[in-house]
Design a binder for this molecule. Structure first.
Ligand code: SF4
Length: 267
């Protein structure tokens, strides 16, 4: 792993065109989690690295303080193209330093992670006005998780993390993403977490560029029975599978009184 620990940036805060958000904060460039389906690999082109995505991490540094007045009542996500609590955060504490600056903020803050390390900052979270912490989960199967997301916390650790956050009065979100066709069972994830999760988010698996090749190989090796379906969805661009899934999510959540957002369907 190549670590560049003094990558200068102008500001931690970046305006975003992503729907439903105003700003994003990505404390690192790169992500050591190495998820097989990682959509963020395009960020490599914004770095000077020749290493593959997942093989480098830039630790962002700036002396500029986050302008908390600028983000009052704005929606800010931490993070969108890295895991803010990735294993390097334990040493570099950039996310911690950013959260310290955000303690008095009146922004609507959303943290998204796959790591139990997020628990380290509960003392700060408890002081924040509008905060939700999302743990991403796409399967409850630990073996499958290890194949898909080799370097992040186990599923059991993520569930325990959500429980502890909830016990500490923090708003919890289970981000069921990516929804991997025929593999992600959103109902079983909801059933396993509903006692300590306040809201569910959903997002479908998108496949582009290099990670499409990786996921297709994974399906070929592990689930050849689904190969035709993946060809249909991702090569022939047939939207029926996800239209049906989105409908099932709506029906299930509405009939069970579950708070949710489906980023794929815009609901
Ligand atoms: S945690 Fe997110 S950014 Fe990091 S490798 Fe996984 S999908 Fe990519």
């Amino acid at each position: 792993m190549v670590v560049e620990d003094t990558t200068r940036v102008k500001d931690y805060l970046n305006k975003t065109k992503l729907e439903a958000l105003d700003y994003v904060i990505n404390p690192y460039v790169g992500c050591p989690n190495k998820c097989l389906y990682c959509y963020a690999a395009y960020m490599s082109s914004f770095s000077k690295h020749s290493e593959e995505w997942g093989e480098f991490i830039d630790v962002k540094r700036t002396s500029k303080k986050i302008n908390i007045f600028k983000i009052k009542n704005k929606k800010v996500m931490i993070s969108t193209v890295t895991d803010p609590y990735n294993s390097y955060e334990e040493k570099y504490r950039i996310t911690r330093m950013i959260m310290e600056q955000l303690v008095k903020s009146e922004a609507f803050l959303s943290i998204v992670t796959k790591s139990k390390l997020v628990l380290r900052d509960i003392d700060l979270f408890k002081q924040m006005k509008h905060l939700e912490v999302a743990l991403s989960i796409s399967t409850l199967d630990e073996n499958l998780k290890t194949k898909l997301e080799p370097n992040s916390s186990s599923i059991a650790e993520r569930l325990e993390t959500l429980k502890i956050l909830k016990q500490n009065g923090i708003k919890t979100v289970a981000f069921i993403a990516p929804i991997i066709p025929q593999i992600t069972d959103f109902r079983s994830i909801i059933n396993a977490t509903k006692d300590f999760v306040d809201e569910y988010w959903f997002d479908n698996l998108n496949l582009r560029s290099s990670f499409k090749t990786k996921m297709f190989k994974f399906i070929d090796d592990e689930y050849p029975i689904f190969k035709a379906l993946y060809e249909d969805i991702y090569n022939k661009k047939n939207s029926e599978y996800f239209e049906q899934t989105n409908k099932e999510i709506d029906d299930y959540c509405l009939s069970n009184g579950i708070m949710y957002k489906n980023f794929s369907a815009g609901t």
